[in-house]
Design a protein around this ligand. Structure first.
Ligand code: CO
Ligand code: CO
Length: 320
């Protein structure tokens, strides 16, 4: 963070300055802890589902680093004077069920009275210091795999405007509540060069973090990107969260859209995701193997959506 002096610590393996998914701190030569925290306002109307999604989302950063989440703590902002406490119970139950599925132990939490409901978790995981999967490390020729469809920010905006039908809400809710756990295990089995999870900055925002050191570029094949049914329609109607425009403006100098790319593409590719999929960079041969394995899991829509290129460096080109 600019303007903030972070004291140097030789055991800090991944800190603020690498724009990675989580902090990693070495405890011993063969053990490091991964720490991450995330909380936000409801993205769906059902409190139980919101809890599941918030937990899956918080765990996502540990999975993106190739780590194993171990413990978690609840973070709650709740308007106790105006809202039924049963709602909070349902949220926490959703979170707990997800932690149980992930074999993560809830060790505590903290709640404050707040006019605006928010929920999330801090998660601690473990990893061998030599096995950390960074968001940097991709090499030219690599294929890029995305494990979940895009469009959750747009659909969430449609939900708030009462425009999304039940089926769309159901599909998107299940995807957001799906853990990146299997995908993370599979990528470690196969072996990859880099990984990050797609969250608030959108696909292209997080892809930009993969080329931070400006030694490589990325080509994204727009037509290969998995997208939730309905989100293109909503984007055409202008049902797009403000975050998508901020993400696009922030990366305007880095991302180029080729002629022929549909007009809705920037809205979808910069759409801020909640509990989005993993974006994985690995050799084309391994990518094929990994994709096949992913298709046998809950990630049936996982796809190869682009490649790492040598030129132009430090740029992302979105092509048809
Ligand atoms: Co992340
Ligand atoms: Co995060």
């Amino acid at each position: 963070m600019r303007g903030l002096e972070i004291p140097h610590d030789p055991n800090l393996i991944v800190g603020f300055d690498s724009f990675d998914d989580a902090g990693v701190y070495r405890l011993t030569d063969d053990l490091a802890i991964i720490q991450t925290v995330d909380f936000f306002t409801p993205v769906v109307d059902n409190p139980y589902d919101f809890g599941r999604i918030a937990a899956a989302n918080a765990l996502g950063d540990v999975y993106a680093m190739g780590g194993k989440p171990v413990t978690a703590m609840n973070l709650v902002c709740f308007p106790s004077r105006t809202m039924d406490i049963a709602i909070l119970r349902d949220i926490l139950r959703g979170g707990m069920d997800k932690l149980h599925e992930a074999e993560v132990t809830l060790v505590g939490g903290h709640s404050v009275d707040d006019p605006e409901l928010k929920y999330g978790l801090s998660v601690t995981g473990v990893i061998h210091p030599c096995k950390i999967v960074l968001n940097s490390g991709a090499v030219p020729g690599d294929s890029l795999i995305l494990t979940k469809p895009l469009g959750t920010g747009i659909i969430n905006t449609a939900i708030k405007a009462d425009m999304a039908d039940e089926k769309t809400v159901g599909t998107v809710t299940e995807q957001m509540a799906t853990l990146n756990r299997r995908a993370s295990q599979l990528m470690q089995e196969v072996g990859v060069h880099a990984c990050t999870d797609v969250t608030g900055f959108g696909l292209l925002g997080h892809a930009c973090e993969m080329i931070q050191n400006n030694s490589i570029g990325i080509a994204i094949y727009c037509s290969a990107v998995p997208i939730f049914a309905g989100s293109i329609e909503f984007a055409r109607m202008g049902v797009v969260p403000g975050g998508a425009f901020r993400n696009k403006a922030f990366r305007a100098a880095v991302v180029e859209f080729a002629a022929g790319v549909p007009q809705w593409a920037p809205d979808i590719l910069f759409d801020p995701q909640t509990s989005g999929g993993l974006l994985i960079s690995t050799s084309p041969e391994k990518a094929k193997v990994l994709l096949e394995k992913l298709h046998y899991t809950d990630h049936r829509e996982a796809a190869i959506i682009g490649e790492i290129v040598a030129e132009p460096k430090g740029k992302i080109c979105v092509v048809e």
